[in-house]
Design a protein around this ligand. Structure first.
Ligand SMILES: Nc1ncnc2c1ncn2[C@@H]1O[C@H](COP(=O)(O)OP(=O)(O)OP(=O)(O)O)[C@@H](O)[C@H]1O
Length: 455
């Protein structure tokens, strides 16, 4: 058999390698998910495991521990000047790395469980998250602790929030997928789990876009939408066909909030007569339609130009707070948007904020707004909120009922699409008169409220 000469062999190998690389590149380009699972992830898992000691040491995640070790100790210097050494088994302090499980692939990266070393807490890893991300050359590393002594590092290779698909169809009643989480999962607003939401952010940060996404998601559902647009109606007036009521100035807002409070009293009576603690325990035929209240520029409801407005503001503040406290049981939910939702607007806002367990913080200009919106969440969430770049409107930090925070981005919903959706589903809009017509005029009075609150 003829033996191929060296240049031919070299050329053949290079051609083979080039063909392999081209095939891999094409595969990666055309079907990234399968490429990632079969090739990318395997290589990553091997390299992450192989370099873990070095990375953990560099990120300050190792601990010195006494171990029995074979060490080499000098014994004597020979006449030639060469130092003779001896192997000895002795206890020495070595850098021990945290034990790491096998990385598992996820849609946008991988996650791995790590066992904490003695004296370590999850916060040590949260602090090292940025260092880990740079060491691994990935977009972000998030830390969670599913059980004591363990943490899970969730790694996102590239920012999945740069390009988003279109808004998917709404799922269950009062649930809307408004965007995507950094983990690649859906960003869902579920009013039945988290009834009231604060949506804060600087101007042009994407607050209205999120409200549009919400309107588009809720419009096909059997719910009533009520708008408060203190920008004179410029934001919500185009969606009027799908709104059961819209207030565009302070006097209209006071009247509409009064009507909503009365509606709530009617529903209390209905529940009491039906022996139910909330509208969801009523038989379907008796159950009143849920109401989602959208407020744009919350601060406008509280700002006082002169003393004559004091009464109006006090009424507004009390009615909103009452809805926030009782609304969940009686199917009235709040979605409050604003640039600043701070205590400088009055004590009513602080109490209202405390009732809103859903928090969304878009790009903010000052640390106080982030703190006001996200509360005493992990400080890393506040840092993340302030680091949102102006070029990515719609990106927000979301805190919700699971106590975790996520970076997320809303689907882009152009105003004309939201307007079109509002017109398409206009036939589903309950008129305010139908909505406010009492199904039951019970004996419920203002004095009953504390009793019902106790339930
Ligand atoms: N998720 C998104 N993807 C792409 N573009 C977006 C997204 N969200 C918002 N935008 C764009 O960013 C700009 C500002 O958005 P939006 O009007 O929602 O901000 P805002 O916070 O309501 O501002 P303002 O307080 O001034 O009304 C708009 O041009 C909008 O199209």
């Amino acid at each position: 058999m003829p033996v191929p000469d060296l240049p031919h062999l070299l050329f053949g190998t290079l051609a083979y390698l080039a063909a392999l690389l081209t095939a891999l590149w094409t595969w990666r380009r055309w079907h990234y998910r399968s490429y990632w699972l079969l090739v990318g992830y395997t290589l990553t898992a091997i390299s992450v495991r192989a370099t873990w000691r070095k990375v953990a040491l560099g990120c300050g995640l190792t601990k010195k521990q006494q171990r029995w070790w074979f060490t080499v100790v000098p014994r004597a210097v020979a006449s030639t000047g060469i130092v003779k050494v001896r192997r000895r088994f002795q206890r020495v302090a070595v850098d021990v790395k945290p034990w790491m499980w096998l990385p598992l692939p996820t849609r946008h990266g991988w996650r791995v469980t790590v066992r904490l070393l003695e004296g370590q807490i999850p916060a040590d890893y949260s602090q090292a998250a940025e260092r880990l991300a740079h060491s691994w050359g990935v977009h972000a590393v998030r830390v969670s602790s599913p059980r004591p002594g363990r943490i899970v590092l969730a790694v996102t290779i590239r920012d999945p929030l740069v390009r988003l698909d279109t808004l998917p169809a709404s799922g269950e009643l009062l649930t809307v997928i408004v965007g995507k989480l950094e983990t690649g999962g859906p960003w869902t607003l579920d009013f039945r789990t988290v009834p009231h939401w604060l949506n804060a952010g600087a101007t042009q940060s994407g607050k209205s876009n999120l409200a549009n996404a919400l309107i588009v998601g809720l419009a096909p559902q059997p719910v009533a939408l009520v708008g408060f647009d203190l920008k004179g109606g410029v934001e919500f007036a185009p969606y009027a066909p799908r709104l059961s009521a819209l207030a565009t100035n302070r006097p209209e807002s006071v009247a509409l909030l009064g009507d909503l409070a009365a509606l709530m009293l009617d529903r209390m009576g209905l529940c009491r007569a039906g022996g139910a603690r909330n509208i969801w325990q009523l038989p379907a035929a008796l159950r009143p339609v849920p109401v989602v209240v959208l407020v744009d520029e919350l601060a406008e409801l509280y700002l006082m130009a002169d003393k004559s407005e004091k009464d109006e503001i006090a009424k507004t503040s009390t009615a909103l707070l009452r809805i926030a406290q009782l609304g969940r049981a009686f199917g009235i939910y709040l979605f409050l948007c604003g640039q600043r939702i701070g205590s400088d607007l009055g004590p009513g806002v602080t109490a209202l904020r405390a009732q809103c367990s859903g928090r969304i913080c878009h790009r903010v200009n000052d640390p106080e707004t982030a703190t006001m919106t996200l509360g005493d969440l992990d400080p890393a969430a506040l840092v993340s909120a302030r680091a949102i770049p102006a070029e990515t409107p719609g990106v927000a930090i979301v805190a919700s009922q699971d106590g975790q925070w996520y970076r997320a981005r809303s689907f882009y919903v152009a105003e004309h699409i939201a307007e079109h959706t509002a017109r398409t589903y206009a036939h589903l809009t309950p008129s305010w008169d139908d909505l406010a017509a009492p199904e039951y005029r019970g004996e419920v009075t203002e004095t009953d409220i504390p009793v019902l609150l106790d339930h």
